[in-house]
Design a protein around this ligand. Sequence first.
Ligand SMILES: *Cc1c(COP(=O)(O)O)cnc(C)c1O
Length: 428
Amino acid sequence: MAKEANKHLLFGGVDVVELAERYGTPLYVTDENKLRNNFKGYKNAFETTNIDTDIYYAVKANGNQALLKILASEGAGADVFSAGELELTKLAGIPAEKILFNGNSKSDDDLRTAVESGVRVSVDSVDELRALSAVATELRREVEIAIRVNPDVSPGVHAKIATGLKESKFGIPFHDVIPVCEEAEKLPNILLAGLHCHIGSQILDISVFGEATEKMMALVERVYERGMKIKLKFVDLGGGLGIGYRQAEKATAPTPKDLAEMILPVFEKKMQELGISLKLVLEPGRSIVGASTILLSRVNAVKRAYKNFVAIDAGFNLLIRPVMYDAYHEVVVANKVNERASELYTVVGNVCESGDIMAKDRMLPKVERGDLVAILDTGAYGFSMSSQYNGRPRCAEVLVCDGKADLIRSRESIEDLIRNQEIPARFI
Ligand SMILES: *Cc1c(COP(=O)(O)O)cnc(C)c1O
């Protein structure tokens, strides 16, 4: 018996083969302890200094309510990018004063929601700044803002996740920031409270965070030199810390502690020079949830063709990262973890696209139809980027903790595919 159990992958103390039988596949499974520990890693790294630091979890990475509640209980704030994410965050109990509403294209409705909710807004353009002032005035409320700065630093990551290059759509160009601050100072009901940047995602060379911190602190200095009457309260350096997706990267990937050692000295030095005290805000997404979750998927076919293809029951509708970012995820045959890797396989999804490749050229134990595959580190930008493409209802999500499992999202049904569709009367 014990030997049999040994052949199966355990996750959060649970045999994942049993999870797949109980809840069906495909299935996202999150380990609560891993999630908590990832968040605590940030808290511990930044608590050691006298700089007041807030961690605003980036909700777009994974907006499941159970996960948000866990993070709220650990003291997380939130970075939200839409009225929907704001609502998810509030429902999970994250207080408004710890929420920053981001985005490069906010409608009047978005701005109204933000002002009414009493959250801070990260302003991405002069158009938005003026519109926000008008909305706040109409609502007779003041709103605290940060200016989203485009610091023009190159994070050395995939082009689709570099967000702080001067060519990027995000943020106010570095050299325009001071004039925009001056305009913000004059606009009614706008309280400039912070400067914000986010330079990219999956950053493994963290020296760029040092560069970004230098640039942001130089802006802080300019604000004070100008003798503006505004009192900045915080600098938000965004998220972006990378994680080790490849086995070989796991031991060398930067940690929150490394990030703290890169950022804090620069931050502290400038504050001392200026004789000011600012709060530091960080917005990690991937490094909090990425490694907390696996995607379980059943093998429907093994085909010996140009390559040895393993066709599984999850495609890029559920995990788009390999297709969209050429991302790498480790794959484990979850019911054969003790077996020796003996053959080269390419793991493909069930979507009708030839690009639907989950993992290329992997050495795995001999795979057969009916085997269970676990795709690792899929907690960030996995379910949250899922779709119903190809008429596939989204899968379920389960939370595991110390040997127990709870369903945290039920599988969608065919009714969910047609839920909001309307058939014109003339077709009935
Ligand atoms: C996406 C995003 C984040 C989170 O990025 P990660 O790479 O997941 O840490 C943080 N801040 C902003 C503004 C973002 O757009």
